[in-house]
Write a protein that binds this ligand. Structure first.
Ligand code: FHN
Length: 463
């Protein structure tokens, strides 16, 4: 699969790669926070994105040699211990003729998502984009014979979403990396004499992605093998910033995932712009740090034909709210089929989320974490208003039987309360150490009804 590299292109890539790398000597952690704030502006506003895990693994879809394989679908090469030369043959079957970039972006946009992160190369090493570095890509190795990322990038730009790419450092196909254990691909080891060549290979591919598809975020993964270090991550960030100073990079470019709880804006001891809790919502968020919870809608990232363990739309909507109330972003995954379709159960849930976001999105986008440590009735987000005021968004999961919504410890002057959806004014008054809002008899939204409370100044709460 490596015989098809076009030498001229490769030499050009190597030359420009070295130039880009030399241009960015500054370590990312020494940058002023104002620069990071400027870079992160759209991302903090966005709060909600689509994760897409798509690749050759969608063909077996969780079944190999008539056996249903345990675990997540994109790991079938490892879990079924498939030899590389066997797995490679899947490429000749990959022909997603039903792939429709405009439809995928429309589904994400209608769900209220503001960005899309798609796997450009997962651990199996197969590239969903045209690359001069290997023939193991969708253009050279499949009957589809066309790039999948560029149309999606163009559609995102057309429909106003940010296009972002996932990229795995661990690569089960590249000859520089090899299995520690013959029964498992994960984690890989690396041949010492090929390590730099593989890092150069990654940098060439990333340069192709940046120049070809202009991703707003580089979402690294597969960073855990011991041969990849935090210094490698720091070097990679400097290289990427040399290509695009505004590109956002997650903490898995280095070893930040291990230290995520310790990753704070002050020490910035790990490279990357945001923390990446996975399949979880940190109980109190990660104060002072940008972070994004990535989660599946069922139990797998890559498509599995028989995984029907779907989370309800209510759970997914309340996850968005819970995460935003802790100051984070929600990256919700879909795993398209080998034909190029997003599974119907995912589409249905995204449409339900979109109906809620259509009415209540202003309580999520551009908001900051709750000023309260406890809100037993639901969650709170907040947004500064002009004139030094603050808007509190109270997401009510349990509608109080006595119609009194009690907000403990809030000391600010009260400016008014209303229902977000429809704007009906509500009575609000001080109640002991806090505030009580009188709600209508009937709850307007069983999943999460949003009450708006405007206050003077920044929240002053007795803890
Ligand atoms: O091994 C991958 C996995 O397949 C999936 O891509 C998730 C998504 O964040 N990341 C790794 C596991 O942490």
């Amino acid at each position: 699969m490596y015989g098809k590299i076009r030498i001229g292109t490769l030499l050009l890539l190597v030359a420009s790669t070295c130039a880009a790398f030399a241009a960015a000597a500054e370590s990312p952690t020494s940058e002023p926070s104002s620069e990071q704030d400027a870079r992160m502006g759209w991302w903090r506003e966005a709060r909600f994105g689509m994760f897409i895990h798509w690749g050759l693994y969608a063909i077996p879809a969780g079944t190999w040699d008539t056996k249903q394989i345990k675990g997540i679908g994109e790991w079938i090469m490892d879990h079924a211990n498939i030899p590389v030369e066997e797995y490679e043959k899947l490429a000749s079957q990959f022909n997603p003729v039903k792939f429709d970039a405009a439809q995928w972006v429309r589904i994400a946009k209608d769900a209220g998502m503001r960005y899309i992160v798609i796997t450009s190369k997962h651990h199996d090493g197969f590239c969903l984009f045209d690359t001069a570095t290997t023939g193991y890509d969708v253009v050279d190795a499949t009957p589809y014979a066309a790039c999948l990322l560029k149309p999606l990038s163009d559609e995102c730009r057309k429909q106003g979403l940010k296009f972002c790419v996932y990229y795995s450092i661990m690569d089960w196909h590249h000859p520089a990396q090899y299995r520690n254990n013959p029964r498992q691909y994960n984690p890989t080891n690396i041949h010492a004499d090929k390590r730099q060549a593989y890092i150069d290979y990654m940098k060439m591919q990333l340069k192709e992605l940046i120049t070809g598809c202009d991703p707003a975020v580089l979402w690294f993964d597969g960073e855990w093998p011991a041969w990849w270090t935090e210094d490698d991550g720091r070097d990679m960030v400097a290289y990427l910033r040399g290509l695009n100073p505004g590109i956002i990079v997650n903490n898995r470019v280095g070893k930040g995932r291990q230290g995520m709880e310790g990753m704070s804006k002050s020490d910035r001891s790990y490279s990357g712009d945001f923390g990446t809790p996975e399949q979880q919502i940190p109980a109190t968020g990660i104060p002072g740090v940008d972070w994004e919870s990535c989660m599946t809608m069922n139990d797998t990232w890559g498509f599995k034909s028989y995984d029907q363990n779907w989370k309800s739309a209510e759970t997914l909507i309340r996850n968005i709210i819970d995460i935003a109330s802790k100051g984070g972003n929600y990256l919700l995954n879909v795993g398209p089929t080998a034909e190029g379709l997003i599974p119907e159960p995912s589409v249905d849930r995204l449409a339900a989320i979109g109906r809620w976001m259509q009415k209540n999105g202003s309580s999520i986008y551009g908001t900051q974490a709750s000023p309260f440590s406890q809100t037993p009735w639901g969650r709170c987000t907040q947004k500064p208003l002009e004139g030094g005021k603050t808007r509190l968004f109270l997401h009510v999961f349990q509608w109080p039987g006595d119609r009194k919504l009690v907000i403990p410890g809030l000391k600010n002057k009260l400016l008014g309360a209303s229902l977000l959806d429809g704007g009906a004014r509500l009575e609000v008054a001080r109640a002991g150490e806090g505030v009580a809002i009188t709600l209508p008899q009937d709850c307007p939204d069983a999943v999460a009804a949003v009450v708006v409370l405007d206050i003077a100044g920044r929240p002053d709460v007795a803890q």
